[in-house]
Write a protein that binds this ligand. Structure first.
Ligand SMILES: Nc1ncnc2c1ncn2[C@@H]1O[C@H](COP(=O)(O)OP(=O)(O)OP(=O)(O)O)[C@@H](O)[C@H]1O
Length: 231
């Protein structure tokens, strides 16, 4: 479980999060929505310690993130927009293998995870391709594969679908749904609900650094919140 308690964060006097309390249960498929600048990225970056709270606390599986950063980063996988800067290897397969290698897994398990993750994002058989030869959308898919291969307990994707074509979207969404059913918490950050509203168990909307809606997607009223809904 990810627990955020009374979390406040300011950047140079701008309050990006204002006393946010939010828990995400294991296996929950949660969509975090809200207009630009509402604090979505700031919130999720606290969950693996990329940003520290000014006030309040964040716990992952019962442990404070600031007390065990390595555990938090192993348990919470994150995929960001514009992944270009995040690649660590020259080729597709080596990049996806990097994380599992650092977990000290057996070679056969690493290869299994890499193949499965690449397959899940429609990059099966592309392991030897050089990353600089991939298109922008393919690089986004590669970043998702890298997170999938880590098999984190909690998976956060910040605007993951912007550059993905329809088959890739469907493939990734199917994989996320299966992971959630199998017990992984899946958190998708977006301001466009078209892809994910049907899959989500829960929709949380931020506005000006506060949680303003929280409930089953079909019952949340989005009027006036700057969020694009499917209908
Ligand atoms: N590094 C930073 N330095 C200063 N202000 C920042 C920084 N990052 C975010 N902010 C500000 O904090 C607020 C929340 O930003 P955040 O990126 O968390 O919102 P968001 O909901 O993820 O937005 P978007 O949908 O545009 O990605 C905004 O007012 C933003 O300008």
């Amino acid at each position: 479980m990810i627990e955020t308690r009374d979390l406040t964060h300011e950047y140079d006097g701008t309050r990006a999060l204002d006393r946010v309390s939010l828990s995400v249960a294991d296996g929950e498929f949660l969509v975090l929505a809200g207009p630009n600048g509402s604090g979505k990225s700031t919130l999720v970056r606290h969950w693996n310690g990329l940003i520290e709270p000014d006030r309040g606390e964040v716990l992952v599986d019962g442990r404070r993130v600031d007390e065990d950063l390595v555990a938090a980063r192993t348990k919470v996988g994150m995929v960001f927009q514009n992944p270009r800067d995040g690649f660590v290897a020259a080729t597709v397969g080596a990049d996806v293998a990097f994380g599992p290698e650092n977990l000290g897994l057996a070679r056969s398990e690493i290869e299994r995870r890499v193949d499965e993750a690449l397959e899940a994002v429609g990059l099966g058989g592309r392991g030897d391709d050089r990353i600089e030869t991939l298109s922008g959308g393919e690089q986004e898919r590669l970043a998702i594969a890298g997170a999938l291969a880590m098999a984190p307990a909690h998976l956060v994707l910040d605007e993951p679908f912007t550059g993905l074509d329809e088959p890739a979207r469907r493939a990734v969404l199917g994989r996320l749904e299966a992971l959630s059913v199998a017990g992984t918490s899946v958190i998708v950050v977006t301001h466009d609900l078209r892809d994910v509203r049907d899959l989500a168990d829960r929709l949380v909307v931020l506005s000006a650094g506060r949680v303003v809606r929280d409930g089953p997607p079909e019952s949340v009223d989005l009027a006036g919140l700057g969020v694009r809904s499917p209908c």
